[in-house]
Write a protein that binds this ligand. Structure first.
Ligand SMILES: NC(=O)c1ccc[n+]([C@@H]2O[C@H](COP(=O)([O-])OP(=O)(O)OC[C@H]3O[C@@H](n4cnc5c(N)ncnc54)[C@H](OP(=O)(O)O)[C@@H]3O)[C@@H](O)[C@H]2O)c1
Length: 324
């Protein structure tokens, strides 16, 4: 038996219960991983509420670090005792231990401790693919990144600065603006008070930006399109304010022959070579000090409910880790 957060219905944070669950033995291609730290991500909210469909009972969570304590038949690429971390499907990270496909595991170097790993894998590899593969951000580019003081946001500010790009970041408060700036964001916009489209046009001398990274969704989608230069790319990668629905494709033409993509980490890192490269690129920047993993909240895993309440109330900044 292990303890895990279990939901018997989708809904609010109070649907997450701390219960005993039985773990089977790992089968071929699987490992049993004893978690030492678990990451909190906004996608956990989408699974919790049912916005992203999943069968019940549900243990949410897509990121953790820990130790392999048992291997399934025929697994030779890992050994018992390996320190590992992962980010991605299948859901089920909010647990003291779990069975995972070994193809999703990355062995951790000594330089990265378990708590740091649980804070960086999902948000860091997301930043990797967003800035290197969805749009190739180059030195001299100016980009717009929403929620710049959030988990993904602080990775993105630092990674873009490392590339030599200028980041315009939207934030929900003065404190968040200071935090984003301390992580490499050049211009901050308090988008709850200021018109972010107007500010972006002022900053870019009316040209607009070549790419907008929008994880807010419903509340910012249309105005984000207005911030793009002709033939610019809108990267809609999240729904923290609600999903974007019913888009009239005609507006893409009217606003400048724009491109829109809705990417996901699971698709970008679906193959083992892509996953390994993504993790290696991230770990290199963390080891070099170019990216500092900023953990601003820690909760016991049994208090996942409180962590979700704080995340949805926009009270958190940077990364959040559960202790196990
Ligand atoms: N597609 C992918 O591959 C992928 C991977 C990872 C994450 N994501 C997405 O990236 C986003 C950031 O994830 P994260 O885990 O790093 O979370 P986060 O940015 O730490 O938290 C979400 C932030 O969004 C902002 N926000 C704006 N409107 C909001 C609203 N109505 N409700 C709640 N928050 C609101 C808040 O910052 P302000 O107060 O500054 O506005 C809040 O702190 C999420 O949308 C997530 O789903 C997508």
């Amino acid at each position: 038996m292990v303890k895990a957060i279990v939901q018997h219905e989708h809904g609010g944070p109070d649907t997450m219960k701390w219960e005993d669950v039985t773990l089977g033995k790992p089968g071929p291609g699987q490992a049993r991983v004893r978690h030492t730290a678990v990451g909190l991500n906004y996608i956990d909210v989408y699974f919790r509420t049912g916005l992203y469909p999943s069968p019940l009972p549900l243990t949410t969570g897509m990121e953790a670090a820990g130790v392999i304590e048992e291997l399934g038949e025929g697994v030779t690429s890992f050994k018992v005792g390996d320190r590992v971390a992962y980010a991605g499907r299948p859901v089920g990270a909010y647990s003291e231990a779990r069975i995972m496909p070994v193809d999703n595991l990355i062995v951790l170097p000594d330089s990265i401790d378990d708590t740091t790993a649980a804070a960086m894998m999902l948000q860091g590899m997301t930043t990797e693919y967003l800035l290197q593969r969805t749009f190739h951000v180059k030195q001299g580019d100016t980009i717009l990144f929403h929620a710049a003081a959030g988990g993904v946001g602080l990775f993105a500010c630092q990674w873009a600065k490392h590339i030599g790009a200028t980041v315009i970041g939207t934030v929900g408060s003065e404190e968040k603006a200071e935090l984003a700036k301390a992580h490499g964001c050049t211009h901050t916009i308090l988008y709850r008070e200021e018109d972010f489209h107007k500010k972006v046009m002022e900053i870019t001398d009316g040209k607009g930006v070549p790419v907008v990274y929008d994880s807010i969704g419903k509340d910012t989608f249309e105005k984000s399109l207005d911030c793009l230069r002709p033939r610019g790319l809108m990267v809609s990668f999240g729904n923290s304010s609600g999903p974007v629905t019913g888009v009239d494709l005609g507006i893409l033409g009217a606003k400048g022959a724009l491109y829109v993509t809705r990417p996901s980490l699971m698709v970008y890192n679906a193959t083992r070579p892509d996953l390994e490269k993504s993790a290696a690129d991230l770990m290199k920047l963390v080891a070099s000090g170019a990216i500092k993993v900023t953990i601003n909240q820690t909760y016991p895993l049994s208090e996942a409910r409180k962590a979700h309440e704080d995340l949805e109330a926009r009270k958190t900044t940077g990364s959040t880790v559960f202790t196990v």
